[in-house]
Ligand binder design. Structure first.
Ligand SMILES: [Mg+2]
Length: 440
């Protein structure tokens, strides 16, 4: 009997993180970390579901959930086997929808909605095959991986043939790298000490703890007040010593000239990279900043809307680190394109994570990259933020400054059922009781 995809349900899930100033930075002083969450169901006897989400920071999470619902006609009713066998085809159908693409194209709320659905389909596929997503991807042939990618708009930077050559080069040593991953995990860095809303004592304590826990890199939010940044960086540098890398993150706060002047003021503290110094759309601005502040490096990506902007950032030499996000571009397939672009240009990928569930997702992409694409962990670290993992059935495990490789089937995206009830907005008990102020 043929099996089909039978349902696509969305949930507006919000966590009142603004009460503790977790996640506070120069542009986002009061985020309520949220997930526009999607569950895809089928009529297969195994009862497996695909779970995915787009990450938002509160208001607008309902808009994001509505955008996911707009994709229902592309998902519900599909033949299950053929859909699972060709997720590249589903990706293209949704991204190139002749009417929905007017809302982008390939950017913003609609693109993030496609990300949630595509990632949920990968979660389902991995559960059906009994593998974590990173391993499922890393076990594909180079030809199968290239088939997942839409090379439209990319061929001036990378052709399918070049992508194939990169993947074939990495075929040697796949088994050894997989074994090493399972044994030692993937390097992480931590942003937990650096939120702007934390006082100096909390900053110092968290810096000390980060080093004791084995992290070789931490990150501080900057950009609201220069004197504060100088004081906080001095505290951080004197606490962690000269050998721990300190990245700084301005979350798009500055104009190009301000970014250059500000980073030069902080250069005495030896920042490893400056992240999101200006608008994520300003490719040439990033290139200008990169030239002016060298040897401090520029990193960006968490708000880069699609593979085309990443292509330009690489072509112009604007970034030394590429920070892809698992749920902003259109899911696994587009991120494979971005990993291939980064490999072509020799730029290390250090993914954006944090929020809610982004660590859970993105670890799979970096681990796939290590086994089957770049073949390297040199200068590569996955961001780690110690928030909200308790809401997931298969949360990340970070110890000794490394992400342990997930072994449970799927994308680590499944939230606990009681979380979907308690944190539902606006009707769940966390929001309807206790006089919390409404986020929308
Ligand atoms: Mg950031």
């Amino acid at each position: 009997m043929r099996t089909r995809i039978t349902g696509l349900a969305t949930h507006d899930i919000r966590f009142p993180t603004s009460l503790e100033l977790d996640g506070s930075d120069a542009m986002n002083p009061d985020p309520d970390y949220s997930a526009a969450y999607v569950v895809i169901t089928t009529d297969a006897a195994d009862g497996l579901e695909g779970h995915g989400f787009a990450f938002t920071i509160g208001r607008g999470n309902d808009v994001q959930a509505a955008a996911i619902t707009a994709l229902e006609p592309y998902v519900v009713g599909r033949d299950l086997e053929s859909t699972m066998d060709d997720l590249g085809a589903v990706w293209k159908e949704m991204v190139h929808d002749s009417q929905l693409r007017w809302l982008g194209p390939e950017k913003g709320v609609m693109h993030m909605a496609i990300s949630a659905v595509v990632n949920a389909l990968w979660d389902l596929k991995a559960k059906r095959e009994g593998k974590p997503v990173w391993e499922l991807l890393a076990d594909l042939t180079p030809e199968q991986i290239v088939e997942l990618v839409d090379f439209r708009y990319l061929t001036d930077a990378i052709t399918p043939g070049e992508a194939l050559a990169i993947l074939r080069r990495a075929e040697a040593g796949r088994a050894e790298r997989k074994a090493e991953l399972l044994n030692t995990g993937y390097p992480a860095y931590t942003t937990s000490p650096g939120w702007l809303g934390y006082d100096d004592a909390k900053l110092r304590k968290l810096c000390r703890e980060a080093v004791a826990e084995g992290f070789k890199q931490i990150k501080l939010k900057v950009g609201a007040d220069l004197e504060d940044d100088i004081r906080r960086l001095r505290i951080a540098r004197s606490t962690v010593g000269p050998d721990i890398r300190i990245a700084i993150d301005a979350n798009q706060r500055w104009d190009v000239s301000t970014a250059i002047a500000w980073v030069r003021e902080l250069a005495a503290f030896d920042p490893w990279w400056v992240e999101e110094p200006t608008s994520p759309d300003d490719v040439l601005g990033h290139a200008t900043i990169a030239r002016a502040i060298a040897p401090v490096r520029v990193a960006t990506g968490e708000h880069v809307q699609n593979r085309v902007v990443f292509k330009q950032l690489l072509q112009t030499g604007a970034i030394s680190y590429l920070q892809l996000d698992a749920a902003r571009v259109a899911g696994v397939n587009e991120n494979i394109a971005i990993l291939l672009l980064a490999a072509k240009f020799g730029v290390p990928v250090c993914p954006h994570a944090g929020g809610v569930g982004l660590c859970e997702l993105v670890q799979h992409l970096s681990m796939f990259d290590y086994v089957a694409v770049s073949g390297s962990v040199e200068n590569r670290v996955i961001e780690y933020v110690d928030h909200l993992h308790e809401h997931f059935v298969d949360p990340v495990r970070v110890a000794g400054g490394h992400y342990a490789a997930p072994t449970a089937p799927g994308f680590s995206a499944t939230m606990r059922p009681d979380t979907l009830t308690r944190f539902a907005f606006p009707g769940g008990p966390v929001w309807s009781a206790g006089g919390r102020r409404s986020a929308s």
